[in-house]
Design a protein around this ligand. Structure first.
Ligand SMILES: [Zn+2]
Length: 466
């Protein structure tokens, strides 16, 4: 049996791990690379393996850096099943169509310029038509049910507690090559205990091999319990200044958690009741609808709240969603204080760019960063405190107050990662993926301090025999 990481190896995006066993090729995740534009584009364009040679895909969750290249895989010839949870399947409908739409618009924009210069046209990596094709290959499976996905291979999905529908992937394998029974656990993105709406990560207690993310292998998050106070302070400060608070947020997960938190603050009269919250992302509106259809995946508190108040679960009812570009642009002319939540989460594309362009230079305004920002993204530059940033190729002064709250993080921090790993019995080897080098190296050290010494940090395309 062989394992090769073709993405999220030595970095955090493009999650793709290929398992070759019993003559079959099983791909864990098929995520899109993000970050430096040219580099990411090349990596997303061509797979380092033949898509036709893949037999089965298992998808851990719906975030684009785990699912975003599935339509490309299908476009280039993959015609097998894509196993994932029901919620992830439903989220992918919207997430992948949105990704295709963004690419189509970008190609259109670039081609207008190319036409004038007489240069060859570009194509999106996939279109909405390609997404429809790929969606036909999805198979939803329930949590905690073992499914045969290949000869001698069973998969079970358990809650990862990262976003709704997210799973850790447990594989039970009868390896024909050596007659051994082997188990592999793939963390996908591992969540944290106590996150709003979500169940806690399910602890798998035994595995031979563990492929784990280590996004925050060297970081400790703020306690989730302080979040209400911090958000209230930031919101009230911005309102007093008469400014707008811009919150870049992934459409899936973070947007709903922020809204859930604001909802509680409104209920306790801790922020002004008439403060408009605009969710400027049609995708977020659609994704929120999917939440309502997956109550069984909520934690107990959220489930009870939902069942009590189905008209307005989590305060979703008081939000104003913008559905078209005109509405979105009108927000720029409005002078009243408001909260604008918009995507993309790392400020790489989408409407958030317009809001940042229009609001960053005014010290009255605030930006609230609540999510992970990968290297080289605009969001990361704001986190690093850069005083001038480029948006749509033009420089903009950063005078708005930049606030960072990492307590919302949907990723396990170092202590969560460690706690999860040490509870797995029988580990023969651990693979650290989905982390920048510094995070992976540091986490490797802390694993060693806790007696887990057989740890690899795979490089892209590096193959291991298990
Ligand atoms: Zn994720």
């Amino acid at each position: 049996m062989k394992l090769t990481s073709h993405g999220a190896a030595g970095g955090v995006t493009g999650s793709k791990h290929l398992l070759e066993v019993n003559g079959k090729r099983i791909l864990l995740d098929c995520g899109m690379f993000q970050g430096r534009r040219k580099e990411a584009k090349e990596l997303n364009h061509k797979f380092p393996f033949d898509p036709k040679s893949i037999d089965v895909v298992v998808l851990s969750h719906a975030h684009i850096d785990h699912s975003g290249s599935l339509p490309r895989l299908v476009k280039l010839g993959y015609d097998g099943p894509i196993f994932t949870t029901f919620a992830t399947r439903d989220f992918c409908n919207y997430m992948l169509l949105d990704s295709a739409y963004i690419q189509e618009r970008e190609a259109e924009y670039i081609n207008k310029k190319k036409l004038k210069k007489g240069e060859p046209m570009v194509e999106p990596e996939y279109t909405q038509e390609d997404v429809i094709e790929a969606l036909h290959q999805f198979h939803g499976i329930g949590y905690k049910r073992a499914y045969h996905i290949a000869p001698g291979v069973k998969v079970t999905l358990y809650e990862a507690g990262h976003i709704l529908g997210s799973a850790v992937v447990y594989l039970e394998i009868d390896d024909e090559e050596d007659g051994q029974h082997k188990t592999i656990l793939f963390s996908g993105d591992l969540g944290r205990r106590g996150l709003p709406i979500l169940k806690n990560p399910y602890q798998v207690e035994k595995a031979d091999y563990y492929i784990t993310e280590c996004t925050y292998g060297n970081r400790f998050h703020e306690a989730i319990t302080d979040v209400d106070n911090k958000v209230a302070d930031i919101v009230n400060r911005t309102v007093q200044k008469g400014g707008k608070l811009i919150i870049p947020a992934f459409s899936l997960g973070r947007t709903q958690e922020i809204v859930y938190t604001l909802h509680h603050l409104f209920a306790k009269n801790r922020i002004p009741h008439d403060l408009p919250i605009i969710v400027d992302s049609p995708l977020s509106g659609n994704v929120t609808e999917v939440f309502k259809a997956h109550v069984m995946d909520f934690d107990e508190e959220a489930r009870n709240e939902f069942l009590r108040n189905q008209e307005n679960p989590f305060g979703f009812g008081r939000l104003h969603y913008t559905r078209n570009v005109e509405e979105s642009k009108a927000l720029n002319n409005s002078r009243v204080p408001m909260i604008i939540i918009s995507a993309s989460g790392m400020c790489e594309h989408g409407r958030i760019l317009h809001h940042l362009r229009n609001n960053l230079d005014d010290p009255k305004n605030g930006v609230l960063i609540v999510g992970y920002m990968a290297q080289h993204t605009l969001g990361r530059k704001l986190v690093e405190g850069q005083k001038e940033v480029n948006i749509f190729g033009e420089p903009h002064q950063v005078r708005a107050e930049i606030n960072i709250i990492d307590a919302f993080s949907a990723h396990a921090d170092r202590s969560d990662l460690l706690d999860y790993a040490v509870k797995i019995k029988g580990l023969k080897k651990v693979f650290l993926v989905h982390g920048e080098e510094e995070q992976a190296l540091s986490f490797k050290e802390s694993l060693a301090e806790n007696g887990i010494t057989n740890v690899e940090i795979p490089q892209p395309q590096q193959t291991f025999t298990l």
